[in-house]
Design a protein around this ligand. Sequence first.
Ligand code: CP
Length: 320
Amino acid sequence: MVDNVQLNAEGKLKHFLSIDGLSKTLLIEILDTAESFAGMSEHAVKKVPLLRGKTIVNLFFENSTRTRTTFELAAKRLSADVISMNIATSATSKGESLLDTIRNLEAMFVDMFVVRHATSGAAHFIARHSAPHISVINAGDGQHSHPTQAMLDMFTIRQIKPDFAALKIAIIGDILHSRVARSQILALNTLGAAEVRVIAPKTLLPAHVETLGVTVSHNLTEGLEDVDVIIMLRLQKERMTSALLPSESEYFKCFGLTPEKLKIAKPDAIVMHPGPINRGVEIDTRVADGPQSVILRQVGNGIAVRMAVMSMAMQVKGGS
Ligand code: CP
């Protein structure tokens, strides 16, 4: 799907729904804009007035720790007025449709919706049905897309290993159900990564996965050879409709990242995970908390990257 709906008439970001259809130039602009905000977390006053007077509504129909909090912090650091709606206590529980919820919030003169929803395509739907002045940012829709997660991952990689063309990246685990993996693969290929490798049992890979622009391995020991960046994924049991694995302990034995397995990758390889992590299921606690892990750095970088996307979608520039 090419998301021209994401761009305005001048080709600038209007909504951020998917990496699909976005150019390398635009992805680099997001990373560079995020770079300009990254130092702000160290400042005594962690605010810029770029979105003063704008109103942003966080609409999280699915649970979240990292994405919701960093979107809210990012909005506050841009001086926007931000409301994180509690969906559990909203009129959604009384049967109000998504479209009616949007219409009612629009009537309150909002400027941006940040949307997480269990249904693939929900953010696109809202973007297509919102008033023309409103921007929509996808904070994760079903199995489809999690574009700000992919961009904060690209930002973290670029901080440590700036030349994407020199990098071999392995994405390991439940690719089948992962919106993060889909967005990462698109972003890495757009940015020109040397190789994107997926490592998973056959039951956790989509059909024809090679067509996404990846190489495939079903063996962690073989797949980790020569790798610069390792991205671990959680087993997304909430999206599994049948038993795809013998057991979690068997999965950990074959695909869990332990200190011994990590040694197969390049000595300076970094270990990433979008979170939440399940220790002892996909990752050994010594790796998750070890010197090669950048998992918490990814979380912190989420603020700068989300500030970049929100300010770009509102057509304002800046940073410190
Ligand atoms: N990575 C991620 O989306 O985490 P949350 O579900 O906590 O937002």
